[in-house]
Ligand binder design. Structure first.
Ligand code: NAD
Length: 482
């Protein structure tokens, strides 16, 4: 196909004119007093992020990459210091994993390479589909991974050309502000743009609501439990919702039990079970139930007996809210297995990663997203029953599920029935985020709104640019005929 050069020039000039019109010139007198992204007030944070967005819009993709590289570098190089800060502030999880999460997000979160354009080329000309930014994105982040979620969100959102204002969880606000300050400082020193990532220093539910309703927030991305997921969906704005999970595991009679045990321990004990994708309850077919419990012990987990499980359940699951529903007790959430053992009325060797034991499905550890390193094992008559129970206790979140099996039919049945965003076969949960498996990582996995593991493309609008080959083809036969 040949396209007249002057036609292309005209189209490009027109597109550029439209683009610069859309990106209103920076407001010279935008009023805000925060620096390096840390703000006390939502209006000021949004004004600063809006100005940063306008400045970013004048830069090319190479500069976006340079910006992201600073975030990545700090995340990796300062992971020990920032990870320790997060551990000391939130007091949940495991230090080695706080550090590893920052390193992995720095190294393996998806960047500008995801922004590929699609092109349709034919007799009538050319159509280019590009991915354009939204503007300023409002992000809500969880206590379970305060800075890691901000890091992953910032890389993806800025790669796509956006800026962001974050309302972190109040219990992870200091590390959030310190990380954001360091990212912005390095970016501003190198590229002269400040406040690409803004954070509310004293976050509250009111500041979250102000972000949701702010006219200059173009899109919302929330990562958290059911309350914030509902609030975002009711906000009236387009929302990307990375909501809660309660990932079930099924073990059938064909599974490699030692491998299953190692996988369950690796996944369920990671950061003391804080991951939303982590193994939360296990359904094992009767034929291999006892051998599976034995395999767990061989792999280093410590089994609790019935009385100890009763004690732990009484202490570590509390009743909250008007309806007095079961929820993890604060004193045990994200704590080490040694602390949980105390709650069970026993003690385990220092360094024990995971506790487990037999329960029936009525034990609250089965339906509740416990976020602590005790995993209940439930006996089922058949694999069909195990898969049905897995579906029931996943609660329709369609978040994550795991099977240990060498029977393809069982894998397919579970995949189809649970229909989860992440489905892992024969590995630990993290394999689904590229840790010991293929693919890339993000800590915002959008199940309810369908975007899946978020990437820069998640935070873009689709835009089409058409170049017409020959105007005489429009509405007329091309080769005479009259
Ligand atoms: P949380 O729901 O208590 O808090 C998450 C964030 O939402 C916090 O910043 C909190 O202040 C805010 N928030 C809570 N209610 C709100 C409301 N009504 N309006 C506005 N903001 C509100 O969750 P958490 O304990 O911090 O994190 C654990 C939860 O997050 C688990 O349920 C876990 O599954 C989920 N999670 C999901 C993903 C995912 O990718 N899908 C990733 C990490 C965590």
């Amino acid at each position: 196909m040949q396209i007249n050069e002057s036609v292309i020039r005209n189209v490009v000039t027109q597109v550029l004119a439209e683009v610069s019109e859309n990106h209103r010139a920076p407001v010279a007198n935008a009023t805000y007093s925060g620096r390096h992204g840390v703000f006390g007030d939502v209006n000021e944070a949004v004004a600063a992020a809006r100005e940063a967005f306008l400045q970013l819009s004048q830069r090319g993709k190479a500069d976006r990459k340079r910006i992201i590289d600073h975030v990545r570098r700090i995340s990796i190089e300062q992971s020990e210091e920032l990870g320790t800060m997060e551990m000391e502030e939130t007091k949940i999880g495991r230090l080695e994993h706080k550090i590893e999460k920052l390193k992995t997000l720095g190294a393996r979160s998806p960047g500008i390479e995801f922004l590929r354009s699609e092109v349709y080329s034919g007799d009538l000309g050319l159509a280019v589909i590009e991915h354009a930014p939204f503007g300023v994105i409002g992000a809500i982040t969880p206590v379970t991974h305060s800075l890691p979620t901000i890091t992953g969100n910032a890389v993806s959102m800025i790669a796509a050309g956006n800026t962001l204002v974050v309302n972190p969880h109040p219990s992870g606000k200091r590390v959030a502000a310190e990380g954001v300050r360091r990212f912005n400082q390095a970016i501003a020193a190198d590229l002269g743009i400040d406040n690409l990532i803004c954070v509310i220093a004293e976050p509250t539910l009111e500041s979250a609501a102000s972000i949701f309703s702010h006219r200059d927030i173009a899109l919302i991305c929330v990562t958290g439990g059911p309350g914030v997921a509902r609030a975002a969906l009711n906000s009236g704005k387009r929302a990307i919702v990375a909501g809660p999970g309660n990932p079930p595991v099924v073990v059938d009679e064909t599974a490699d039990l030692d491998r299953a045990a190692r996988s369950i321990i690796t996944g369920a004990s990671y950061d003391n079970n804080l991951l939303c994708i982590a193994e939360k309850e296990v359904f094992v077919v009767d034929a291999v139930f006892q051998p599976m419990l034995d395999a767990m012990a061989r792999a280093g987990a410590v089994r609790l007996n019935e009385r100890q499980i009763e004690n732990l359940t009484r202490n570590a699951i509390s009743q909250v809210g008007d309806d007095q529903h079961d929820a993890p007790a604060k004193e045990f959430l994200g704590q080490d297995a040694t602390i949980l053992a105390e709650g069970a009325g026993t003690s385990v060797p220092v360094g024990t990663e995971l506790l487990y034991g037999e329960t029936d499905e009525t034990n609250p550890f089965v339906p509740v997203e416990q976020m602590m390193p005790f995993v209940p094992f439930v006996r089922t008559r058949s694999v069909e029953e195990a898969i049905d129970k897995a579906r029931q206790y996943e609660h329709g979140f369609r978040h994550t599920s795991i099977i240990h099996s060498n029977n393809v039919r069982n894998m397919t049945r579970m995949g189809q029935l649970l229909d989860t965003t992440l489905f892992v076969k024969n590995g630990p949960c993290m394999a689904s985020l590229g840790l010991g498996g293929e693919g890339y990582i993000s800590f915002s996995i959008a199940g309810p709104t369908g975007e899946g593991v978020t990437t820069p493309l998640t935070f873009t609008r689709e835009r089409r640019c058409s170049i017409i080959e020959d105007l005489c083809v429009l509405g007329q036969p091309q080769d005479g005929g009259h």
